[in-house]
Design a protein around this ligand. Structure first.
Ligand code: ADP
Ligand code: MG
Length: 248
């Protein structure tokens, strides 16, 4: 049996109250290293708020979020990023006027290169890493293209790349395949399976086909609480889940 300190992320009794309304209400969840966890649930269930709490955008009213044993609830957003948590919002925040290469370049964590390293060595390291990431996000042939000319799906991948280049141990994605074509969805599933070799991924998603393709485990939220949790197989046959979510 693993104890709680073996999890990459341990969320316990997490609650946030907005003027008395508990958008997230006593939520507990444990995410393993190399796990893809998907959060599903009806609109307004509190899914996005859970990600806001983990990345420090929203402060918890009570409860605990431990990442590699460190308490995140009293840390600032940028400290949480430095601790190794990356988060993608629903609308991509890429720079349309910059090329794919430049978008990845500005996301490279300069602070982590060795102080005093020779400039060209550092540059070579950056270029290698950009190429590696570009390949991973299916954009290796578009490095010199302005981001404005990418398809909707390619823009989403670029933003995932901009997070990956910072090498987060936990990557959080809010509805990453919304608006994507079927083939883009398949490639996104492939991308997620590739990147969890080095990290865990927490995804909010409505597309059940996509969820089946990627999820190791699924957490169902409803009215701020965990309604059900387990394998997709288990969760989709849970009568409570069928009643409030999948049945519609
Ligand atoms: P989901 O992502 O599951 O659709 P959200 O987490 O966005 O749901 O929202 C959960 C509930 O909390 C909704 O009723 C929403 O209106 C409310 N909510 C979210 N953020 C705030 C906020 N900053 N202030 C007040 N209410 C909020
Ligand atoms: Mg949401």
């Amino acid at each position: 049996m693993s104890n709680n300190t073996d999890f990459l992320l341990s969320i316990e009794n997490l609650t946030v109250s907005f003027d008395g309304f508990k958008a997230v209400n006593e939520v507990s969840a444990y995410i393993d290293k190399n796990e893809i966890r998907v959060i599903i649930g009806p609109n307004g269930a509190g899914k996005t708020t859970v990600l806001d709490l983990i990345c420090g955008k929203t402060k918890a009213t009570s409860g605990s979020i431990k990442f590699k044993g460190r308490e995140l609830t009293n840390m600032k957003e940028h400290e949480i990023v430095l601790a190794g948590v990356g988060r993608k919002f629903q609308n991509p925040s890429i720079y349309e006027d910059l090329t794919v290469f430049e978008n990845l370049e500005i996301s490279f964590p300069r602070g982590r290169t060795v102080v005093g390293a020779i400039a060209f060595r550092r540059d070579a390291e950056v270029i290698d890493r950009i190429k590696e990431i570009a390949e991973m996000i299916f954009l290796e042939d578009h490095l010199d293209l302005k981001a404005a000319y990418l398809s909707h799906g390619q823009k989403q991948w670029l933003e995932i790349g901009m997070l990956l280049i910072q090498d987060p141990e936990l990557l959080m994605l809010d509805e990453p395949v919304a608006g994507m074509s079927v083939s883009e969805r398949k490639k996104t599933a492939e991308l997620l399976h590739r990147i969890i070799k080095d990290r865990s991924v927490l995804v909010i998603e409505h597309d059940m086909k996509f969820v089946e393709d990627i999820a190791h485990r699924v957490t169902v939220l409803h009215q701020g609480k965990v309604l059900s949790e387990g394998s997709m197989e288990r969760v989709k046959n849970d009568p409570k889940v069928v009643e409030v979510y999948l049945g519609h």
